[in-house]
Design a protein around this ligand. Sequence first.
Ligand code: PLP
Length: 416
Amino acid sequence: MNKPLAVEIRSSFDVDAVRADFPILRQQINGHPLVYLDNGATTQKPQMVIDAICRFYSEDNSNVHRGAHTLSDRATEKFEAARKALADFIHAPDQREVIWTRGTTESVNLVAQSWGRKNLQPGDRVLVSAMEHHSNIVPWQMVCAEKGATVEPIAVDENGCIELDAFRSMLDERVKMVAVNHVSNALGTINPVAEMARLAHEAGALILVDGAQAASHWMVDVEAIDCDFYALSGHKMFGPTGIGLLWGRAELLEAMPPWLGGGEMIESVSFAGTTYNQIPFKFEAGTPNIADAIGLAAAVTYLNSLDRDGAIAHEKALLNYALEKAAAFEGLRLVGTAVQRVSVMSFVLEGIHAADIGMLLDQQGVAVRTGNHCAQPIMDQFGLDGTVRASFSFYNTFEDVDRLFAALEKAREFLL
Ligand code: PLP
């Protein structure tokens, strides 16, 4: 491995110890040791998360908030402790502000359907960046179509950065919501969400931050961002699939109508009229995903036990190493070159379709994502139907980067 000296000095993070916590990484794919570089799509799970889910079903399984027996009490206690763990993790001032959802997609839909249907009027505007994931575009298009409001894209420049001046000039009293991702899944750009929150608030608008790609890379602090809503997916932060959260300011959540109706979200039900539960339960109709909420809390415990500064430095070193190799790789063009970015490298190879590259890399044990990354508008802007995306996590190694480029070299030889 010929990694540059600068990388060696910066990265003292014990990646071998961390890798030992992720059993899935110890396997061969198509006869090669797995190189997992699809962390933007979903992250792998440490043994601690797998064990927490297994333990819940083996020892504590019961429904929550409603049983008159020991197991139900135990399940309720763990479920609510998980909520508190997540609230602390994102620096939420009040755990009632954490609503369990299936993930970021459901969280955005909840705000669009509940807040949006109540508050949007004909002529109102919702601003989203041109590099949003479809899940932060389509829910707004759906509610705006119903309410006679419009969804308008905030311009993104050729490096993949939001044009803040353009954003500033779009803000007027008809803008009611700004919905923007903290980190772009397609390009890796870290967006200036705190600055955008300040500008949105000055203009009288609210701001929702899609944090799906952020929490796996650093500590999220909703108070420091000063946003109004923040959405997360558990599976992108080393937790299980099917669980995530919406954080919202208590006063906003309290004023919003429920979205889904059913058990748990009510205070009392009668044919004369139904009254609703307090937050967060008002937004949690039906039996929740108890085991995976507990699994997600285990992921947070795991993350808190890591040397996060070391992990951040390690990811940065991996990215820099990959970018150095990319610069020397003939015909490789990076898509998204923001200075502020996470360890994501999106690229195209001249004359070769991204899907073909993905397939040939997989044959060599290297897992990447190819396609439009559910971000078609930004792909259209770059004149592409897709890219190859290598997204690194703290358990990746410099050898993984070497393997990626060796596999790309072979793919190119084969295809050209
Ligand atoms: N937002 C961003 C930036 C994403 O990367 C993703 C998933 O890739 C989502 C939202 C949707 O997340 P989920 O499918 O977990 O709801």
